[in-house]
Design a protein around this ligand. Structure first.
Ligand SMILES: NC(=O)c1ccc[n+]([C@@H]2O[C@H](COP(=O)([O-])OP(=O)(O)OC[C@H]3O[C@@H](n4cnc5c(N)ncnc54)[C@H](OP(=O)(O)O)[C@@H]3O)[C@@H](O)[C@H]2O)c1
Length: 331
């Protein structure tokens, strides 16, 4: 797979990464650990060098999984993890508690290093902007960790363009990780121009629309209460029918290009900017291989324009997050 560069300090990663959240958290029960170890190693064998986790995924189990699975590939792969969105000890229900106080970051980095079994974190993102802590203080804390050799690169997630600028002025931001896909194009307005100007990479999460853009979710699909999508308005029965019109557009376009809808969703993102690195998540080898195939599709300008013209005819209905979570993004 081709390599892309995130940020001006040259963090080199495979053009597509692997999102690992669903292996332990958020999309139903945690998957079998041994099977996920096999999958993670299969991804490395197929050229994936960029893996995405977070302290809160599990919580903690996902970092442990990656630490074990990727131990044989130290120095060959880049593991990104995140701080600032951990549950209070013994209180898994309060997983939405934010904490980016500098002393907290300097404490929890030790846990991530131990679970990932590394001397330094390749890329350390703030998971959500903490309104209680000035972003300059957060960037200052990560800068101290870089100086101490515990972190290599700094990232942010779901931060506004203004917050990214302020953080970047204190310590170079290598990448912003936020939602971006054919059904959430908001980052095109302010985020992408700001990142271009500052030389910061962009890592779209949920690049397959949490699975929706692959065409494998239809009106009959149900989500259990342990699946985050059961709380997301745009997946509600009320909105899903209308939103399936977008999937039909992508599916028709995919057929014309001898590809699957998911591959088109990924190829579209890759074509938008050379410093964009999507991190599709899957727990299945066949789908991993299908997704990797998306990186081999080179959509030209004409095809991109055609896809965007057709997809923008569909009015996507429903919020991308439940209301409590909406307040945590774009700050
Ligand atoms: N920074 C943040 O706040 C944040 C938020 C959300 C996610 N993330 C990161 O971004 C990664 C990716 O996002 P995401 O997992 O939310 O969404 P996604 O990558 O858009 O979609 C993942 C879903 O699509 C399914 N899927 C994957 N490939 C498929 C294919 N080829 N055909 C059919 N279904 C397919 C997966 O199911 P199977 O497992 O069954 O294949 C899973 O349910 C996460 O793993 C996580 O690391 C970060």
């Amino acid at each position: 797979m081709q390599t892309r560069i995130l940020g001006r300090n040259g963090l080199a990663v495979s053009a597509l990464g692997l999102g690992c959240m669903g292996m332990s958290w958020s999309y139903g029960p945690p998957k079998d650990k041994e099977e996920m170890i096999v999958l993670l190693r299969a991804a490395v064998e197929r050229g994936v060098t960029f893996f995405d986790t977070a302290e809160v995924y599990g919580p903690y189990d996902n970092e442990r999984l990656l630490g074990e699975a990727l131990a044989p590939f130290r120095g060959e792969v880049v593991i990104a993890t995140k701080f600032g969105w951990a549950p209070a000890p013994g209180d898994g229900a309060r997983w939405n508690a934010l904490n980016s106080r500098p002393e907290h970051i300097k404490q929890v980095v030790e846990g991530s290093l131990a679970r990932l079994k590394v001397d330094a974190l390749d890329l350390y993102y703030q998971h959500r902007v903490d309104p209680q802590v000035p972003i300059e203080d957060v960037a200052g804390a990560v800068k101290d960790l870089v100086t101490a050799g515990k972190v290599k690169h700094f990232g942010l997630s779901e931060a506004s363009a203004d917050t990214v600028r302020r953080a970047h002025a204190v310590h170079p931001v290598a990448a912003l990780q936020s939602e971006y896909s054919l059904w959430w194009r908001e980052p095109e307005a302010e985020i992408l121009p700001a990142l271009e100007e500052l030389g910061i990479g962009f890592v779209p999460f949920s690049p397959l629309g949490k699975g929706f853009l692959t065409g494998k979710i239809d009106a009959a699909t149900t989500f259990g209460s342990d699946d985050f999508r059961s709380t997301v308005p745009r997946f509600n029965a009320e909105h899903r029918d209308a939103n399936l019109a977008l999937v039909q557009v992508v599916t028709r376009f995919a057929a014309q290009h001898d590809a699957t809808p998911g591959q088109i969703a990924l190829a579209w993102l890759l074509a938008k900017r050379p410093w964009i690195v999507p991190i599709p998540g899957t727990t299945k080898l066949q789908r991993l291989e299908e997704n990797i195939g998306g990186a081999r599709i080179d959509l030209g300008e004409e095809a991109i324009a055609e896809l965007e013209a057709a997809s923008s005819q569909v009015r996507v209905e429903g919020a991308r997050y439940p209301s409590f979570h909406e307040k945590l993004v774009a700050r």
